[in-house]
Design a protein around this ligand. Sequence first.
Ligand SMILES: Nc1ncnc2c1ncn2[C@@H]1O[C@H](COP(=O)(O)OP(=O)(O)OP(=O)(O)O)[C@@H](O)[C@H]1O
Ligand SMILES: [Mg+2]
Length: 244
Amino acid sequence: MDFLPKNRARIENMPVLPYAIEEAINRLRVNISFQGSNIRKIMIISTMPDEGKSFVSMQLWRQMAEADVKSVLVDLDLRKSVMIDKYRICQEDGGRILGTSFYLANDIFLEECVLRTGIGKGDILPNNDNLVNPSMLLEGDKLEDTLNALAENYRYVIIDAPPMNLVSDGERIGSLCDGAILVVRGGETPKKMVHNSMRQLERAGCPLLGIALSRVQGSGGGYYYKQYGKGYYGSNYGYYADGR
Ligand SMILES: Nc1ncnc2c1ncn2[C@@H]1O[C@H](COP(=O)(O)OP(=O)(O)OP(=O)(O)O)[C@@H](O)[C@H]1O
Ligand SMILES: [Mg+2]
């Protein structure tokens, strides 16, 4: 039986992107689609805060949904998610959005929490209750079961994660995903720290699908995307620049 979210949401503040950024995200989407049908649960991660994870997750999800690919965006930044406020997401019936941490902490059907949006084939599970310590929720079996249930119902489960350097949340989430996109803020994040994140992903058994360089000078503030093939340090990676 088809998974049918009970509630609908409006996303009132979705920005229109400059062409170069829209194109770079599109390239990321196309590259992901070439990774094969086993790659369904994809974590968007970065080393440090503020590198552009939530932006990439939201835009990648939107483009997939608009391309008629059934996709769900899962907000797993349970400590300091700003998605609902930033994009002005509201439930159409005026009800309170339950969200990821509420779902994980309570005995409730997933269909009550995932929201259908007006954006193509896109559904979302935002987080509405930020927690000081969500480790118990992330470590429990329920998260794994939830992501697997979503992966059976959606072609892509795009997961917005917290940064890797602060807490172990990212590693835990990565261990449940089929792959990760590492967002790196161009010219800001020290290489050593990026390599640390790559090692953490490796330890979590989460293949690195690609690196999205954000806010790169000379690219119109856009994204470069570097693909690392199927492995961690695959030799046949391509390099894509946008905006020129
Ligand atoms: N390519 C870009 N060019 C300019 N600004 C950007 C770009 N991508 C994201 N931003 C801005 O940078 C800020 C941080 O982005 P975002 O919230 O996506 O980062 P994050 O990695 O999710 O942060 P956090 O670690 O707090 O979750 C936001 O204000 C966002 O609008
Ligand atoms: Mg974020």
